[in-house]
Each structure stands twice: as structure tokens, then as C-alpha cells.
Design a protein around this ligand. Structure first.
Ligand code: ADP
Ligand code: MG
Ligand code: MG
Length: 988
């Protein structure tokens, strides 16, 4: 039985195991924001929404939604049911403000896809009748019949999920063409060459997608060896034919050649796949529909969903749509365009097209596409005629449509169009992918244009996208000095360097060894996504700004250059040469400037850009500050990082780690003194060592405090187990022995004595301060003297002394005595009445959270150390999760890595309890507000920041580069509260 936690008619919360009444087709179960359908891990609590449709209801429901001729059953808001493509086709065709020229067709719902997977690849009984009826409507509209020998209707069968997965699933064009119907197509078009070309395309696509790939997906066939797939075999045959006829492009082949090819293709399909290409329109239609559903679980679609975190349960819809032809002659064309420039965000219509071509040709990057207008020209397409010049009337109509579409959707649209004999058809529109720079610019421009309101503008930018505005660029001098070895189209901005690799597999393998790589390909295909994901950047020799590589890179915000004609990849596919004679082999370093589209040999120096010069960014951040309630601080321990973070908008430091000075640059001397202190025996020896260390601590604290100009500085007293600092090398031990004037063996023994079997749970944090109060005293003195001196110099300072790894208020009381005594001493010496400061603690042990009411009696602030709190709350050693966490995630035992995003159910509950109890006690005992923040890695994770807002924290703290991200996330969280909520008073 399922353990029901709460329940209501529309849902509730429950816990597996076994849930007879919770049938997968009746519920949507969520845990941690992730939807689970069938494979629900046990012992996890789920929030459940009962779906409104029972199994029986589903059987009676509408599976097919018609669109065309100014009418549509569906609309944009029905994306979940119709998929993005289907919903937008319906909107474009049927919305009264649009009614655009969309070839008529219909959409089979995503529910049918779920049915298909739950019922061994079969369909609800009613589907066939509904499809026939919808097809009948299309036939009537166009005066053609599907399968008719005289005037045949041809259709495309297109995939389309809720969220676009560019090129990941299958589409079959020209369905309905057979030996019988081709005669009609020839007669109607008077163009046998075109008809045969359409037929050979159908055979190529269909045999690949609806025969071979479906067989593989259903386990009826093994994956073919490389180059042995049917598509490749037919491609080879086509290439042979072209070579034999001396043709350079497909379009030069004559009708007779194509006829011969078709017969060859059919024979090869039979030989390779063991059955005939179906020369029957109905069989093709249903084969195509099945292929689209099967492609939802194709290898690359599954891979893409994993990367993009798209639930497997969503399924795809199928769109069946009357074909229009961009390849019937020179008054035909097909293209892809954006209502604004997706690379820069500029408000200009931007697009590419190909004359006499069919659909996929633009996206596949086989020919260099031409620009739709002057604005869309680039180095490669400069000389090609624009659509505006070539077909002015059609261009004006397209321009008008793109304007209307953007006004209608109030967002940048990515559109597909085809021109058949001078007549324009819209085949797709969707919200266009854009990089971070463009996202910020578009949001601010559209706000100014009054297309969207402030809230929408803030929501248009995903916090993580801001990283792209801080993308490195090549150091100017280095770039000027280096010669450009190749130029291409700037498809993804920023700069990147890495070692050249030439296949997706190599990219994955090299990256797996910790190497930075740049993936170099002629063009990319969906099979390459894994390698593209792992690479620092992507470089292709073919394809345009709308090619697969460009689209994917833009979606990920990755540096990318496409269509570089200078790059010729060698036969062996392990090197390339350029016309000027530069040669790059596998493993050689190259550097890309993705903003300009230039390639350099070697590894050039990269630097960070000047955010202050980005006007749109500044406007966005102003808006962020207007709406957010949470303060955002940074984790920093040097003046340099502090200044950087303050420039990014940090409002203080939430975590300054005293021990930082013992690592990295310039750490030799303080580290030696620390070691001396650690190896000392007895208080006098230790105090002597500490007083030598003191000036270093004070210097660091003071410099950072000064950089903060009065913003609060939370300093954590020394935290790690001392054994971490014991030297391992003989000469360092020897040096210590001499300094301490004791034998080497004794030093070694003292080091050994510090060893612990569980150091993370051992002698660390406040425990050090309890056993060695003089360590606390030295640090506190350094802090107060630094602050006091700044005050005396007329500057500002506000230290917050933070005690780590506490579990009981008595620890805090113990340390507080030292803090107060030192405070009084320093004030006396510097003749100050008081040095303003706070005394508080980190909350990182579950017991501390649970006893927050007691902790708050002494602590004036809490800072959640969620790294340790997660470690101790889960009982997962942070250093050892590599062994099991990947399995946990793969098997969905846990929905997400709790070290990346706060686990709201468990750790979040500890946080909530701590806040509630702590705040209440503080108010009762001291009448003041307990300041609460977070300083774990989670402070830079947008989801976690939103959680921190909801539980009422005062601030989050994150690394300097994450500050803008957390600020935006904080504003989005505040907006999610709704306009009615009053801003909570903010306190420093
Ligand atoms: P994807 O999601 O991979 O873009 P699509 O379903 O959009 O796949 O189709 C692939 C290509 O085929 C696109 O260029 C599209 O414009 C073209 N296409 C699809 N349906 C038709 C049609 N009915 N007539 C003409 N071209 C079509
Ligand atoms: Mg498309
Ligand atoms: Mg910690």
C-alpha cells in the first residue's frame, strides 16, 4: 500500500511503495520539482496531482486537432497537449489576430504518445477514425486526395515536444508519394525532375527513420556499424551517381538519373532491411507517425533530455501537414529567420534562405544560405542576393508577418518559412533561443518598447545566462599580435581555448581526462551533442548561423564559430589546414573569438570583459535592485576578490575564511608560522608562535575590510582540522625541528599525534577554540585591531565574528567571554568606546539548527553553512560522494545533487526550523532581529537562492562571479511572491 500522507480530491502527498490506486495514467507525481511517472523510487514523499482524465475518459477523448484556413482546434496555450510546434501552428493558423498562411494539417496529441509507450506501441482505438476525418478536411480544403493517382496530397509527418529539442527527433517529408501517385504529381507540376527528387528524398528519409531506426528502437535490429546505416548507403549511392554524371550539386541530376536512383534505392532498402519500402500511402502515414513516437526514445533524444533536464514522461506530439515545396524551381525557396538578432539582441529582422531547396537543407548547412536582407549579410554571404532584392513582394509580406508574430507573442520568434512558386507559407514559429547577451538586451529593449512589463522582463533572463556577459575575451594585445588563421561566422560569443579534437567521441574522451578541448567538425549533427557539450567551444567548416551547431551552441551559451571556409579537414579527420598554410593536428591548442568569428593557433591569454560598459545589463540590475528583498553578499578573502564582487553588486562579505592565507600565493611565511604554532607544545610555546602569526592575520583582515568600505564582513574563525596543515616533506619537517629546537623525530611524532580517523568530524572549528583559547584570542584581536584602526583613520568597518562547527550554545558562551575581553582591551588601547560588531555562528550541524532557540540567546546572527549541513544531514561525506551519487541520480533515488541545489524536504526543513526557533527566541530574549544568511555553495544556485528568499533569510552569499546571478534570482523570487506582498524591512 502506498503510504498516504495527505489527500484531497485533486491530489495530495504520498509515499511509495506500491500504489494500486495511483495508476500512472491517473496521477502526476512530483518530488523536488521533478515529475515521476512509472519508475518512482520508493521511500520518497511525492506531491501528487490527480490527472483529470481517467483511463476511460482518455479513450473517449479528442486525439486529433485540426488547423488550417483561418481555423484551428488548438492554440498556443495547449503546448503540453499539442507540443510546441503543434500549438504554435494552431495559433498561427487560427488566432484571429494572425490567420497566417499555414499549410493545413492536424496534430496528434502527446497523450497518444504516452498511450503508445504504455500499450506496447499501439494506439487508442479511436485514433484511426479521427486521423481519417482530419485528413479529409485537409483534402477538401486543397482539392487533393491522399493517395490519389490524379491529384495526390502529400504530407509531412513532424515531431514536436512541449519544449523544442532542435533536430533531436524525426520528421518525414513527402509522405504519400508512391509509384501510383507520382504520375499525378508529374502531371500536375509538369516537372518530372522535381517529382522524382521528392520521391528519392522520401525513400531516403523513410527507410532511415521509419524503418531502420524504428527497428533498432524496438529491439528488432542491431545498431548498424559505422557507415553501414541505410541513410549512409543511399547517400553514397547518390554521390556515386553525381560523380558519374559530373554533377556538383543534387539539383543538376536529370529526371532519368533520379528515376534510376529510385529503383536502386528500393533494391538497396530491400537488401539491407529485409523488406520493401512501403509503396502505399496509408502504410507510409502510419509508419511515419510510429517513427515520430519511436524517435522520442531515440538515443540522441534521450541524451538531449538528460542534459536539458526534460522529463522523459512528456512525450512528443505528431504533426501531419500538407506539403509545400521550396524546391520546385527558382521562384521557390525555404528559410529560417529570427524577429531580432539572436546573437546580439539587436531589434532587426535577421534570417537566411536558400532558393530552390527543401526544408532541411538550410538547417543541415549543406549549402551556404543567402541573407534575407542587407542586415543579415556576413563575410560568407556578402555576395549572395538578398530575399528582399530577389522577391521584394514576398519579403515585404514576410517582414510584416514577423512583426505581427513578435507583437503577438511579445517575444523574439524563430520562424521557418517556405516559398512555393512565389507564394509564402509559414511552417513553424517558436520563442527563439538566444545567448545571455542577447537575452538581457531584448528584455530591456522590449520593456522600453512597452511590449512587456518589468516582471516579464526580469523573468526573460535565466539567472545562469548572466555568466555569458562575463565570458572571457582574448587579451587585446595577445589577439592583436596573433595572426588569424581562419575566419567563420560568430555563432556563439565569448572566447575559448582548447586542444583541437575532431570527433564527438574524442571530445568526450579528452574531456574525461581533464583536458580542455575544442570540437572541430565539418558540420555537427544531433549525434555530436555529447561531445559538443563537453567541449569549450565548437568550430565548423560548413553551415550558417542557423545550422545545428549554431543553434545548439546558442542554447547553451557556448563559444562557437561555424561555416569557416578557411578550414579544410584532412581525409583522416585528425587535422586541418588553412589556405595560408596553418596546420592544426589533434591535440594542438587553438583559441577562438566567438564574438568576431576568428580562429588563432596556440593558447592565447583570456581576460574578463567590462560589464560596466553594458548598458542593458546596468538597466537590468537596476530593476533587480528595485524588486529584490534578499541582500547578496560574496564569499571572498582577498581585497582583489572583494573589489570584484563589490563591482558585481555584492553588499558585503558573507564568508571570509581566515585559513585562506595559508594556501596559494604568498602563503609560505604565514603557513610556516601556523605550522610552528600547530607543532608547539604547551600554551607558552603556542602563544609565542601565535604572536608571530598575528600581524599576517590582521593585515589580511584589515585590507579586506577597507575594500568593503563599511559593508559588513563576516569572518569565520579558523575551521579546518589542524592536521591538514602538517607538512609531509622531510625538508619542511626538518626546518620546523630547527626552528622549534627539537629533534626531527619529535616533530614527526607531534604531527602523527594530530592524525584523526574522521577529521571532518574531529578536532576542528570551535573545538579548536575551546581546547586552545589562545587561537581564538589571536584572531579576535586581529579583527578588532584592524577594525579599530580603520575607525581611527576615519574609515568604516563592520566585522561579524562567526564561530564555525558549533552544536551547543555553551560553546558560543565559552568563546564569547574571550571576544568581549579582547574587545574591551582593544577599545581601551585605541581609545574607542566601542567597535561596532556582531557575534554569531555558523549553523552547519543538525543539532545546532534544532536548538536554534538556544543558540540565538548568544548568537546575534546565523549563517547557514549548507555544505556541511548537507553532509551531516544526509550522512554523505562530501569527499566520497563520487562513489555513489551518480547512481543515485541515474536511478532517481534522489532527484538532484543536494550539494548543488538545497534539498528542500530535509535540509531545507532544518533551515526552516532553525530560522523559526532562532528568530522567535532572539525577539523574546533581546527584542531584536536575528540576522540570517547562507554561505554554502548553494548561495550561488538560483533555485536555492529562491528557497532562501521563501524561508525569509536576510542575505545569501556566493563567489564573486555568481553575485549577479544570485541578485537576479533574488529579484525573481521576490516577484514570485506576487505584487500584494509588502517588502520586508531590510537590515544590515
Ligand atoms: P525540426 O523540428 O527538426 O525543425 P521540422 O518538423 O520542423 O523538424 O521539419 C524539418 C524541415 O522540414 C523544416 O525545415 C521544415 O520547415 C520542413 N517541413 C516540415 N513540414 C513541411 C511541409 N509540410 N512542407 C514543407 N516543408 C516542411
Ligand atoms: Mg523545425
Ligand atoms: Mg563548514
Amino acid at each position: 500500500m502506498a503510504v498516504l500522507v495527505t489527500s484531497s480530491p485533486l491530489g495530495g502527498r504520498f509515499c511509495e511503495p506500491a500504489s494500486a490506486f495511483l495508476r500512472p495514467d491517473r496521477v502526476e507525481a512530483y518530488s523536488g520539482g521533478i515529475r515521476f511517472d512509472r519508475d518512482r523510487p520508493r521511500g520518497v514523499e511525492y506531491h501528487v496531482k490527480l490527472s483529470l482524465k481517467s483511463h476511460k475518459e482518455l479513450k473517449m477523448s479528442k486525439h486529433v486537432y485540426f488547423f488550417g484556413n483561418g481555423k484551428a482546434d488548438g492554440k498556443e496555450s495547449m503546448k503540453n497537449l499539442l507540443g510546441g510546434k503543434g500549438a504554435n501552428l494552431a495559433e498561427m493558423a487560427g488566432h484571429r489576430d494572425l490567420r497566417l498562411p499555414v499549410p493545413p494539417g492536424f496534430t496528434i496529441t502527446t497523450e497518444v504518445c504516452s498511450y503508445y509507450y504504455r500499450h506496447r506501441q499501439s494506439y487508442p482505438r479511436e485514433l484511426r477514425g479521427q486521423v481519417t476525418a482530419a485528413l479529409g478536411r485537409v483534402e477538401k480544403l486543397l482539392g487533393k486526395r491522399f493517395g490519389d493517382a490524379g491529384n495526390p496530397l502529400l504530407v509531412s509527418v513532424r515531431s514536436g515536444a512541449r519544449r523544442s529539442m532542435p533536430g533531436m527527433m524525426e520528421t518525414v517529408l513527402n509522405v504519400g508519394l508512391t509509384e501510383r501517385t507520382i504520375a499525378g504529381l508529374i502531371a500536375r507540376t509538369n516537372n518530372p525532375r522535381f517529382a522524382y527528387d521528392a520521391y528519392r528524398r522520401l525513400i531516403m528519409m523513410y527507410s532511415d527513420v521509419a524503418m531502420e531506426k524504428v527497428d533498432i528502437a524496438l529491439g528488432r535490429r542491431e545498431e548498424p556499424a559505422d557507415g553501414q546505416g541505410i541513410r549512409k548507403l543511399l547517400d553514397n549511392r547518390l554521390a556515386e551517381m553525381k560523380a558519374a554524371r559530373g554533377c556538383r550539386s543534387d539539383t543538376e541530376l536529370k529526371a532519368d538519373d533520379l528515376r534510376t536512383l529510385i529503383d536502386d534505392f528500393k533494391r538497396m532498402v530491400k537488401e539491407t532491411l529485409g523488406r520493401d519500402f512501403p509503396d502505399d500511402p496509408q502504410e507510409q502515414l502510419w509508419g511515419g507517425i510510429g517513427a515520430v513516437f519511436a524517435s522520442w526514445n531515440g538515443k540522441r533524444a534521450v541524451e538531449y533530455r538528460r542534459i536539458e533536464r526534460i522529463p522523459d514522461e512528456w512525450g512528443t506530439a505528431v504533426n501531419v501537414q500538407a506539403m509545400v515545396f521550396g524546391n520546385m524551381g527558382d521562384d521557390c525557396a525555404t528559410g529560417v529567420a529570427f524577429t531580432r538578432n539572436p546573437g546580439s539582441g539587436e531589434n532587426r529582422f535577421y534570417g537566411e534562405y536558400l532558393v530552390n531547396a527543401q526544408g532541411e537543407d538550410v538547417v543541415a548547412g549543406i549549402r551556404t544560405p543567402a541573407p534575407v536582407n542587407e542586415y543579415s549579410k556576413n563575410a560568407q554571404s556578402e555576395k549572395l542576393p538578398t530575399l528582399e532584392k530577389l522577391m521584394p513582394a514576398v519579403y515585404r509580406q514576410l517582414d510584416d508577418i514577423q512583426r505581427r508574430l513578435e507583437r503577438h507573442y511579445r517575444d523574439m520568434q524563430d520562424i521557418e518559412f517556405t516559398i512555393e512558386n512565389g507564394k509564402l507559407f509559414m511552417l513553424q514559429c517558436r520563442t527563439g533561443k538566444r545567448n545571455g547577451v542577447a537575452a538581457v538586451r531584448m528584455a530591456m529593449d522590449m520593456l522600453r518598447e512597452k511590449l512587456i512589463d518589468e516582471r516579464t522582463a526580469l523573468e526573460r533572463v535565466a539567472p545562469g545566462q548572466l555568466v555569458e556577459l562575463m565570458l572571457p575575451v582574448i587579451e587585446a594585445k595577445a589577439e592583436a599580435a596573433a595572426g588569424v588563421i581562419a575566419r567563420g561566422l560568430p555563432a556563439g560569443p565569448g572566447a575559448a581555448k582548447g586542444r583541437a579534437v575532431f570527433t564527438s567521441e574524442e571530445a568526450v574522451a579528452w574531456a574525461g581526462r581533464g583536458e580542455k578541448v575544442i570540437l572541430v567538425r565539418e558540420e555537427t549533427s544531433p549525434e555530436d551533442v555529447d561531445g559538443m557539450h563537453k567541449a569549450q567551444a565548437i568550430l565548423t567548416s560548413k553551415g550558417g548561423m542557423t545550422s545545428h551547431a549554431a543553434l545548439v551552441a546558442r542554447g547553451w551559451g557556448k563559444c562557437c564559430i561555424v561555416g569557416s571556409p578557411d578550414i579544410e579537414i584532412a581525409e583522416d579527420g585528425k587535422s586541418f589546414v588553412t589556405p595560408k598554410g596553418a596546420a592544426v593536428k589533434e591535440g594542438d591548442w587553438i583559441t577562438l573569438n566567438g564574438t568576431r568569428g576568428t580562429v588563432y593557433a596556440g593558447a592565447l591569454a583570456l581576460v574578463d570583459p567590462d560589464l560596466a560598459a553594458n548598458e542593458s545589463y546596468k538597466k537590468l540590475m537596476k530593476l533587480v535592485d528595485k524588486h529584490k528583498r534578499l541582500a547578496v553578499r560574496t564569499n571572498a578573502d582577498t581585497p582583489r576578490d572583494t573589489q570584484k564582487a563589490v563591482a558585481f553588486g555584492a553588499e558585503g562579505i558573507g564568508l571570509f575564511r581566515t585559513e585562506h592565507m595559508f594556501y596559494g600565493e604568498g602563503s609560505d611565511e604565514p603557513l610556516f608560522l601556523l605550522r610552528k604554532m600547530i607543532m608547539s607544545e604547551g600554551e607558552p610555546e603556542r602563544r609565542a608562535a601565535l604572536s608571530e602569526l598575528f600581524p599576517f592575520v590582521k593585515r589580511d583582515v584589515k585590507a579586506t575590510m577597507e575594500a568593503l568600505e563599511g559593508r559588513p564582513l563576516t569572518i569565520r574563525l579558523i575551521d579546518p582540522p589542524l592536521h591538514e596543515f602538517v607538512p609531509h616533506s622531510e625538508d619542511k619537517l626538518e626546518e620546523l625541528a630547527q626552528e622549534l629546537k627539537i629533534p626531527l623525530a619529535e616533530v614527526r611524532k607531534r604531527g602523527e599525534d594530530l592524525k584523526e580517523s574522521n577529521p571532518m568530524l574531529g578536532h576542528r572549528g570551535v573545538r579548536l577554540g575551546i581546547t586552545y583559547p589562545e587561537i581564538t584570542e589571536m584572531q579576535v584581536r586581529a579583527i578588532f585591531e584592524a577594525a579599530g584602526e580603520l575607525l581611527r583613520e576615519g574609515k568604516k568597518a563592520f566585522p561579524e565574528i562567526m564561530v564555525p562547527v558549533t552544536c551547543a550554545v555553551s560553546e558560543l558562551d565559552h568563546q564569547k567571554v574571550i571576544v568581549e575581553r579582547v574587545h574591551a582591551e582593544v577599545c581601551g588601547r585605541l581609545q574607542l568606546k566601542r567597535i561596532p560588531h556582531l557575534y554569531g555562528t555558523m549553523i552547519e550541524i543538525p543539532r545546532a539548527a534544532l536548538t536554534a532557540n538556544r543558540m540565538a540567546a548568544t548568537a546575534a546572527f546565523f549563517s547557514y553553512g549548507t555544505n556541511d549541513l548537507t553532509q551531516m544531514g544526509f550522512g554523505f561525506s562530501r569527499d566520497d560522494i563520487g562513489g555513489f551519487l551518480p547512481d543515485y541520480l541515474r536511478q532517481k533515488i534522489l532527484p538532484v545533487d543536494p550539494f548543488q541545489t538545497i534539498d528542500q524536504e530535509g535540509i531545507g526543513e532544518l533551515i526552516r526550523i532553525g530560522i523559526e526557533r532562532g528568530r522567535a527566541a532572539r525577539r523574546r530574549l533581546h527584542g531584536d532581529h536575528l540576522k540570517i544568511g547562507i554561505c554554502g555553495e548553494h548561495g550561488g544556485d538560483p533555485e536555492s537562492v529562491k528557497f532562501c528568499h521563501r524561508v525569509g533569510m536576510d542575505y545569501v552569499s556566493c563567489s564573486p562571479f555568481r553575485v549577479p546571478i544570485s541578485r537576479l534570482a533574488a529579484a525573481q523570487a521576490a516577484l514570485a511572491d506576487g505584487p500584494g506582498k509588502k517588502k520586508r524591512a531590510r537590515r544590515k
